[in-house]
Design a protein around this ligand. Structure first.
Ligand SMILES: [Cu+2]
Length: 113
């Protein structure tokens, strides 16, 4: 493949917890759900979700544009219009993710307990 490195879980956890602590701008309370929509336009909704370890989160693209979901340190998943992607979170922690096509506008957080 493209030689992407998977960070050790401990390093990933430390990095994401640290990043989450620096959150500025709009504060979004975590929503307990495993469903995230890419809604019109260029947004993840809800932006911050909370799940239990072992649960699978589904991102569904309802926007008119292709987006991606890339959890920090993991592979990028392209999600076309009307498509969805599922990612299972087995390890507790705070996981920041972005759409790599629109990283300035589209980011979110999965809190795994
Ligand atoms: Cu996008």
């Amino acid at each position: 493949m493209t030689g992407r490195l998977l960070l050790p879980a401990v390093a990933l956890l430390a990095a994401t917890v640290f990043a989450a602590g620096c959150g500025a701008g709009e504060s979004s309370e975590p929503i307990a759900t495993t469903e995230v929509k890419m809604v019109k336009s260029y947004r993840f909704d809800p932006k911050t979700i909370q799940v239990r370890a072992g649960q699978t989160v589904t991102w569904t693209n309802e926007d008119n544009f292709t987006h991606t979901v890339q959890v920090e340190g993991q592979a990028d998943h392209q999600v076309g219009r009307g498509e969805s992607v599922e990612i299972t979170f087995d390890t507790p922690g705070t996981y920041h993710y972005v759409c790599t096509l629109h990283s300035q506008d589209m980011d979110g957080t999965v809190i795994v307990e």
